[in-house]
Ligand binder design. Sequence first.
Ligand code: SF4
Length: 233
Amino acid sequence: MRSLAEAAAEAADCERCGLAAGRTQVVYGVGDPYAQLMFIGEGPGFHEDKQGEPFVGAAGQLLNKMLGEIGIARSDVYIANVVKCRPPGNRDPLPEEIDSCAPWLHEQVRLIDPKVIATLGRFAGGWMLGRQIAITRIRGQRFPLDGRVLIPTLHPAAVLRSGGKQLEDLRADFEEMRKALEEPRAPRSVGPEAAPGEPDDLGATDAAGTADTPAAMDVATPPEPSDSQLELF
Ligand code: SF4
């Protein structure tokens, strides 16, 4: 199994989808490669694209503040996005872009092996759950993820745009993350572990590194959720 640094180095040259043309750099992810808590957002924005790090700027500062309130430093978690290159104009990533990029995220999750995954915002939460969601309704809930716990929460930028009205909700969700981190890890399903890039790990993957679309990624036409969608991780 290769290291996260080796995977990041390979991703830095990725041109699997059209987002490569407009990026400044690939924003692979940042943080502790052995983090127990991993955040997943939608994709890099303007500042992230320039700096090469997810969740910088005001949204990142709010994320750091919420982490601090539960006694965790930013350097102790891992932060990544569904797509690693900035969509133009900060639009939502297209299904084909997500399909192309998902193997990088799948590998990240497998290498980091976090106990708790927290999605930030409607898009990332809906993608992980394989359906369109009302983030304000499901935020803070726990979803089993084959030995992990998924906790969707609000996007810090949206909380800032709300003028602080959603700050207590965000705070409550971080408290839920803290509790989940303190609890024993649920057992994982029994089965042979595939190496990164092998079909059992990333979905059916061809030589070019593009994967068949797992149901969880099809956000344009959301399927019914199923346990198997979450077992991809
Ligand atoms: S968005 Fe992902 S798949 Fe597309 S070029 Fe960037 S790293 Fe590669």
